[in-house]
Design a binder for this molecule. Structure first.
Ligand code: ZN
Ligand code: ZN
Length: 137
């Protein structure tokens, strides 16, 4: 039986692949930064940095003083989000081969969401970060 604690994924062109363990909590982020970088809102989950094995060349773009965003150096698929001082790193859910075993939690930064769509899936929505934080985010 496949282990739902182990996930694999990669970019569009196949130059970057990764394996991750203990991924958790898919959040949809509607902030301006995520929307500008990807063209829409994002879905991302996370795990400790040490839980990733990444093969292939990434290009990192700084998006703030603390955060950078990792793209495939060949096809520019957005893949990772890294925040300094956080023990965790996020990966975009769309790049995963499957998301079995990872809970979908809700929507964050809906105060910055685009005006061309509605959120109607019934999941919790937060204007910024969720109450109680995102555990080590
Ligand atoms: Zn690629
Ligand atoms: Zn965001």
């Amino acid at each position: 039986m496949a282990d739902d604690r182990v996930h694999t994924g990669g970019c569009f062109c196949g130059a970057v692949t990764y394996r991750a363990t203990a991924l958790r909590d898919i959040w949809f982020c509607h902030c301006r930064q995520c929307r500008s970088l990807t063209g829409h809102y994002i879905a991302a989950c996370r795990t400790g940095r040490e839980n990733y094995q990444i093969a292939g060349e990434l290009r990192w773009t700084a998006v703030s003083e603390q955060s950078s965003h990792g793209f495939c150096a060949s096809c520019s698929s957005p893949l990772f989000w890294s925040t300094e001082h956080s023990p965790n790193m996020s990966v975009l859910a769309g790049s995963l081969d499957h998301t079995r075993g990872i809970e979908t939690c809700g929507h964050i930064f809906v105060a910055e969401k685009g005006d061309y769509y509605e959120i109607a899936d019934g999941l919790p929505q937060y204007a910024g970060y969720p109450e109680g934080g995102m555990q080590g985010q």
